[in-house]
Write a protein that binds this ligand. Sequence first.
Ligand code: PHB
Length: 399
Amino acid sequence: MGVLSAVLRRSRTGTTVAALTVGALVLSGCAGSSLDQSGGEQADGPVKIGLLVPLSGVYAPLGEDMRNGFQLYLDQHGGKLGGRTVELVSADEGESPQTGVPAAQKLVTQDQVTAVVGVVNSATALGLRDFFHESKKPLLIANAGADDITGARKSEYVWRTSFSNGEVAAALGAAVAEEAGGPVYLIAADYAAGKEMIAGFRKTFEAAGGKVAGEEYTPFGTTQDFQPFLSAIRGTDAKAVYSFYAGAEAVSFVKQYKQFGLAGDLPLYGTGFLTEGGVLDAQGEAASGVKTSLHYSTELDTPRNKEYVDAYRKAYDEAPTVYTVQAYDAAAVLDKALASAPGGGGEELVKALGAVGQVDSPRGPWSFDADHNAEQKYYLREVRSGGGGMVNAVVSELS
Ligand code: PHB
């Protein structure tokens, strides 16, 4: 393949591994895949797609889910998108823009990918926006919810198959205001996503008559001991807690919330990342009763979702997650867009992304809105035991 690339393959046990293939990086001249003589891409040649997800740091498990989701779509479609064989080039987003931005730049300038898919962290997404806008390369964000990415700083080159922080959080506000029976304490990881997950929730919560008992942000990526923060909550008149944590931080927070004895007294709410996938497996019983808002659950009772859950379990021997679905859907929209933009140039491809229409997703049908964000339903979920472990049971649709 002649360039530095990480090729995804699945082992016999179903685990995805990244095999780093170091080719003749400089010798090859680092040409993009299948350039024709005019510098455009051959419509039937292979297409290089960059996959930028965390392979290290607190969000590494989310990155693995996204890789698996993208790979599952490829496996189900003969390794092709838009009729072209995909050469997947992986790069490590790491934990912050300091690692994620140079990794994305390498994918575009050195590996010359046609589009980049991935990005977990909101701060990294914000740090990447201008680069993609100016390079005229499509970026399909398959997680990071930074509000401005499909708001004040939207770009014709940046699309999102996941959610915005404000929306997924706002979906829960009225329900908590109704259920909590008193003031609610707000706590989140101290970075862009945590701030927006609190702001979005607060808006609809307060509009529905909810009162805030206190608000706290914990150092992102370094907090292991949440006890000082949990005792501070005890010292307020809070009747419930709303939070944003994901990945390794969500595991520690929910387990310590239980160990510290808060779980019995103050119901815990959050956006669904708090109890999603491997995080929930690690939390086990400690997460019982936690209620969250999200646009997906493995428990969604539809034929499309059942088919997806079965296929995913068969491939990876574990349940899918919202992260696997967001990346699977990124592959689905690229499949459609590349089919109608055979030259694969940035301008042509983003035009085609604007015309993909409804996506038949395991989460339910969704489509891009005018700002390139996913327009979709959100669900109220509650952690209950089921099927030999804990699951996010779907309680109701949120409006
Ligand atoms: C984000 O930084 O936008 C983010 C990260 C992890 C999540 C959700 C949002 O699970």
